[in-house]
Ligand binder design. Structure first.
Ligand code: COA
Length: 321
């Protein structure tokens, strides 16, 4: 059995922070942000609005789109770097809110590649017959781990959630997943404190993202180009067979560079970074849902999803829609 995506959903917090507002917060400009990143605005969670709230809203939309009943869901995975609590997992919080009991529910932490890692796990559950209907969510309140005085990072990130309902089917669905990690690059993109290493810093609200943007940029382009080739080769397909690329939405220049390396026409690439910024684990399902809802994806389309994030972690999922 294979996993087939039968519904998707998304949620963005109501508040939008645009580049002009950022001009009043740090030494930056709308022109710089647009030219260097392609980002125009991003959504920011309200005070008291948590990752589980975003995840639940996206999940409910995906479930409604899929037509499945809540009782059919037998696996819940939330990809997030910004869980509500140290524990229990955001997945169990969402499970409870949805009134589902008993099925496995857990979080995956692979930063911006988290949703692809979640698809990889779901694919394995489906192929082994261990699950028949999975709810997979990427959700972040990334704004909570951004230093709003650091212009080199704060202009890049946003909050949001995207979700998919994936049902087992005798036809794919998910054709393949490939996930990778290399922990040698920890310090290029990280939050250098955590529960075990520096709780005082966390409690003081100084758990912020640090990044060497140039190096991350180069790595992201190479890794996301290489995994596209890896996924297509694995399935005996070529770039001409691909209908859509849904890459991680971090920077429009990264996305354009990948398209160029792959010789993929820009009109085949889904780009939502202008409106969302980088929403980490939520970015791929948010972009996917955008293209579903505006009618771009047609039944039978070949779609490649790609993620890249801190660690580094990276991966792809090739699907037949
Ligand atoms: N506004 C204005 N100027 C800024 C700025 C901002 N928000 N951020 C940085 N600058 C300045 C820098 O200080 C530097 O000034 P200097 O030349 O006087 O030293 C100049 O702009 C160029 O900085 P640089 O870092 O070389 O720019 P860049 O073209 O590499 O763009 C990023 C910076 C962060 C947009 C880019 O490197 C990037 O997107 N990297 C990948 C980030 C990413 O995707 N991370 C998540 C992956 S999951």
């Amino acid at each position: 059995m294979y996993g087939r995506i039968i519904g998707s959903g998304a949620y963005l917090p109501a508040r939008r922070l645009d580049n002009h507002e950022l001009e009043r917060m740090v030494d930056t400009s709308d022109e710089w942000i647009r030219a260097r990143t392609g980002i125009v605005r991003r959504a920011i969670a309200a005070e008291g609005e948590y990752t589980s709230d975003l995840a639940e809203a996206a999940a409910r939309e995906a479930i409604a789109a899929s037509g499945v009943s809540l009782s059919q869901i037998d696996l819940i995975i939330v990809a997030t770097t910004t869980p509500d609590l140290v524990f229990p997992s955001t997945a169990t919080l969402v499970q409870h809110r949805l009134g589902i009991r008993g099925c496995p529910a857990f979080d995956i932490q692979a930063v911006c590649a988290g949703f692809i890692y979640a698809l990889d796990v779901v694919d394995k559950y489906m192929r082994s017959g261990a699950c028949r209907c999975a709810l997979v969510i990427g959700a972040e309140t990334f704004s909570r781990i951004v230093d709003w005085t650091d212009r080199t990072t704060c202009v890049l990130f946003g909050d949001g959630a995207g979700a998919m309902v994936i049902k087992s089917d005798d036809e794919p669905g998910i054709l393949s997943t490939h996930v990778h990690a290399d922990g040698a690059y920890k310090e290029l993109l990280w939050v250098p404190v955590g529960v075990s290493t520096g709780n005082a810093e966390v409690e003081a609200g100084r758990a912020f993202t640090r990044m060497k943007g140039n190096e991350v940029f180069r790595w992201a382009v190479t890794a996301m180009s290489d995994i596209a080739v890896e996924a297509l080769r694995h399935n005996g397909l070529s770039i001409e067979d691909l209908d859509w690329l849904v890459p991680h939405q971090a920077n429009v220049r990264i996305i354009q560079a990948i398209g160029k390396r792959l010789r993929l026409p820009p009109e085949k690439v889904v780009v939502t970074v202008a409106e969302h910024g980088n929403t980490s684990a939520a970015s791929v399902p948010l972009a996917f849902d955008t293209a579903v809802r505006d009618g771009r994806f047609k039944h039978g389309d070949l779609i490649l999803l790609e993620g890249f994030g801190g660690g580094f972690t990276w991966g792809s999922a090739l699907i037949r829609y």
